[in-house]
Design a protein around this ligand. Structure first.
Ligand code: ZN
Length: 60
């Protein structure tokens, strides 16, 4: 079973989303993806916010 790279919990494949993290793609759960997107938006305000949104398809 895939493991979220952030919270280290196991999730169903369907609940994982690919996000860009430190320049590489990792699979994380939807909760972490959402949190990462928010943190990235704060950290990088003008940069690559749109890209993060695009890697982010599994919204509830
Ligand atoms: Zn997670």
């Amino acid at each position: 079973m895939p493991v979220c790279r952030i919270c280290k919990d196991e999730f169903e494949k369907e609940d994982m989303v690919a996000v860009r993290y430190g320049g590489r793609k990792v699979k994380v759960c939807e909760d972490c993806a959402e949190r990462m997107a928010e943190e990235d938006a704060v950290a990088e305000e003008s940069e690559s916010v749109v890209q993060n949104m695009m890697g982010f398809k599994g919204r509830r």
